[in-house]
Write a protein that binds this ligand. Sequence first.
Ligand code: PMP
Length: 287
Amino acid sequence: MKVWMNGKLVEKEEAKLSVFAHGLLYGDGAFEGIRAYGGKVFQGKAHLDRLFASAEAIRLKIPTSSREILQAIYQTMQANGVSDGYIRLVVARGEGTLGLDPDKCSEPTVFIIADQVALYPEEMYQKGMAVIVAKTRRTAASMLPPSVKSLNYLNNIMAKIEAVDAGVPEALMLNVDGDVAEATGDNIFIVEGGTTVTPPPAAGILIGITRKVVMDLCGELGIALKEDRINVERLYAADECFLTGTAAEVIAVTKVDDRPIGSGKPGPVTNRLLKAFRELIRTGQFD
Ligand code: PMP
């Protein structure tokens, strides 16, 4: 496997970071998880815009332009024979001292990995998944804004550990006000009487790129949509629930904390959106 690192394709074994890199020492950096379908990068501009916004929020200056990074993504895909796969794009704060000060660090490291992904088995897309509501709350915007896709994922990992302990694949995270924010690596939607509802950015979420694609699909399919706060009672009482994310795409949630959602099967709106999303990918009619 070849990895793109600071302008060059190198063998995986040679793609190394210093143990003094703040990206490693403190999770100080930003990243994107991106999909490619049929040799085409899915929502490339949106991912690069989000990466640059995340970097700016943590005062990290990316030494490579957005255009160069997109070219490098294609180069990395080609070098590894990946046309349908998953791309991990990382900007890690460079080598520094043992103190926190980012200004004492060298140039950040940019690296790109192109690999395969299969997050959940197809059966789960047909039958839906069970999740729990985690006790770990999502960090508030006043702590570490969830809109920043930083390398520091411990908040989400703590909730993921709760899911693992409960024997389910995902956990939902509430914000500090007790409203549903998102899953550990996905955004959440519910369906109520035919209307699709998703928490607004102010609920403290990562503003997902798949979330936006699905919101646009709702518009195209004439499915009513609104952004609104969702508390746990409202979630339990929903007709349908589904998650969206780069790796998960669109997947139904049919059980929350052992309570069936709606009929306990993926609902009609979820199925329509999943079908439309897959059609978008199959036809390559995406940005
Ligand atoms: N929320 C979190 C916390 C995430 O890490 C992700 C990405 N894995 C998402 C939502 C979904 O975002 P996207 O659709 O851009 O992958």
